[in-house]
Design a protein around this ligand. Structure first.
Ligand code: SF4
Length: 403
């Protein structure tokens, strides 16, 4: 029977039984299982339904495809399926803390030429390491690097442990460096949060709170978007995106592989994120630096105490900035010598304070004997910590010094 609109009513539809053989059913069942297994294998590390909603639209595949085309070629890098040796990741990550890539590259190459593996580094003298490190700043990193190299040789027979929870027990290795070595060198699902990665995640989820307040949320978000494979490439891909596309000053969303799911992209100005914490002014420490020179183009130096600021490094006699006073014996030996104060002060910024230093010049004749603890050194500013190199350069540019 036809309805008024010409459609068949349900009771007139002929239902024909479909006969399927047991073999066909088995094949279909196996195919279905196989498809599910493929989907499961390529799933993100956290199931989608449990993925943090902030990061639900994070397109890891698009990011890795972008990385294949646009990765930065850096001397410590290797590309999938290769992985960089743990020693290279270790060296580069320690050098990159607080230091830009362009500055680190020649230091990394020089270290690798001189100490090509962890055993060679572990056998080096601290003095040699500190000298080679001069100019990179934050010298505690160099001393910790040596301690960590020795620990790897003594406790792990010269092979880096693979997991972040083992790496973090090495001297000077914090959560970031441990995660970076575990992920980049050993393809582990470790959390790696550096400044670039944090910025990308914060903008992606449009998180409008300072970084320090959302560390856990970022770590969970990062874990939720980890791919099943290419765990070594993943953090490097996010880092490169942060360094070249989603940069501190600019978000170039039109070039970004994450644009589709990114909440920050819809803000009038995504680059206002991350929210900057209110900064308190750095305290200022006043001090003095003495440049004592002779006719033979030499200058009086000392080896600084092994611990504390610029520990173990060469330095000029100085006071105040490191909460020490000029040595009494040295002060007495200079009592009858004329001091010339430079008109300009030297400003040098440390992590927690700014040093404002008065530089005084003293020219000495050959009859003066150097007090114990000091020595005449050749003029090699490139071997000195930045503070003393700058002090020397300021003095060398002054009129009184060349007269
Ligand atoms: S879409 Fe824009 S804001 Fe979002 S991650 Fe990419 S560059 Fe950054």
């Amino acid at each position: 029977m036809m309805t008024g609109r010409g459609y068949h009513t349900a009771e007139h539809i002929m239902i024909r039984p479909v006969r399927t053989s047991p073999l066909t059913l088995q094949i279909k069942f196996c195919a279905m299982l196989f498809r599910r297994a493929v989907v499961w294998y390529h799933r993100p590390m956290t199931d989608h339904k449990h993925k943090m909603s902030d990061f639900a639209g994070f397109d890891t595949d698009a990011l890795l495809s972008w990385y294949d085309q646009h990765a930065r070629h850096l001397p410590w890098r290797a590309f999938s399926p290769e992985r960089a040796p743990a020693y290279h990741v270790f060296l580069s990550e320690l050098m990159l803390q607080q230091t830009v890539v362009a500055t680190v590259i020649p230091y990394f190459q020089a270290f690798l030429r001189r100490w090509p593996d962890i055993q060679a580094l572990a056998a080096a003298d601290e003095d040699e390491i500190l000298k080679a490190w001069a100019g990179l700043g934050y010298y505690a990193r160099a001393r910790n690097m040596l301690k960590a190299a020795r620990a790897v040789c003594e406790e792990y027979n010269g092979r880096f442990p693979e997991r972040a929870d083992q790496l973090i027990k090495l001297p000077g290795i914090g959560p970031y460096t441990a995660g970076a070595i575990a992920a980049i060198a050993f393809d582990q699902p470790a959390v790696v949060l550096d400044g670039n990665i944090e910025r990308v995640l914060i903008r992606f989820a449009a998180i409008d709170r300072p970084k320090k307040q959302v560390k856990d949320r970022l770590a969970q978000g990062y874990s939720s978007v980890l791919p099943r494979m290419r765990l070594s490439d993943f953090p490097q891909a996010v880092m490169d995106l942060g360094a070249t596309v989603c940069t501190p000053k600019q978000a170039r969303c039109d070039l970004c592989p994450l644009a589709k799911g990114c909440a920050g992209r819809h803000l009038p100005e995504p680059a206002v994120l991350p929210v900057k914490p209110v900064k308190s002014a750095k305290p200022v420490r006043q001090g003095k630096v003495l440049l004592i020179t002779n006719q033979d183009q030499q200058v009086v130096m000392m080896q600084r105490p092994p611990s504390g600021l610029l520990g173990g490094m060469l330095g000029f006699p100085s006071s105040g900035w490191d909460k020490t006073a000029i040595d009494q014996t040295l002060a007495a030996a200079l009592a009858d010598k004329p001091l010339l104060d430079l008109p300009d002060q030297l400003k040098h910024t440390f992590t927690h304070f700014t040093a404002e230093l008065q530089i005084s010049l003293v020219q000495i004749d050959e009859n003066w004997s150097v007090p114990a603890g000091y020595f005449w050194a050749e003029i090699c500013p490139d071997d000195w910590p930045s503070l003393f190199k700058k002090a020397w350069q300021l003095a060398a540019a002054s009129k009184g010094f060349s007269d």
